[in-house]
Design a protein around this ligand. Sequence first.
Ligand SMILES: [Zn+2]
Length: 106
Amino acid sequence: MNKPNDEEWGMYDGQCVGCDVYGRVNDLGLCEECADKLERDLIRKRDWDYSASAFGLSADDREQLRRQIIARHGEKMELIAPSENRHKKQHRRSSHGSPSPRHSGA
Ligand SMILES: [Zn+2]
């Protein structure tokens, strides 16, 4: 058996953007574990275009795959944040409660 070693293709040494662990990450900057989570999240979201495991599957097969994922891992997103608008909070310090009246020397 000449099994192609495709386990490590496209893996780099780096820091995982998902869990901040240093190690082997893929081209998305995710370690294997987070890549798996992302994969499941994509399937939960039915982002079939981005899901490697859904590639080439029929719509029925994809739905079945999705049900399996949810049955096994739950419905909750693991890596991708729920798609609510996450505005980056800017730390704006408004000088509050200390009025400094400026006398313009009138
Ligand atoms: Zn990770």
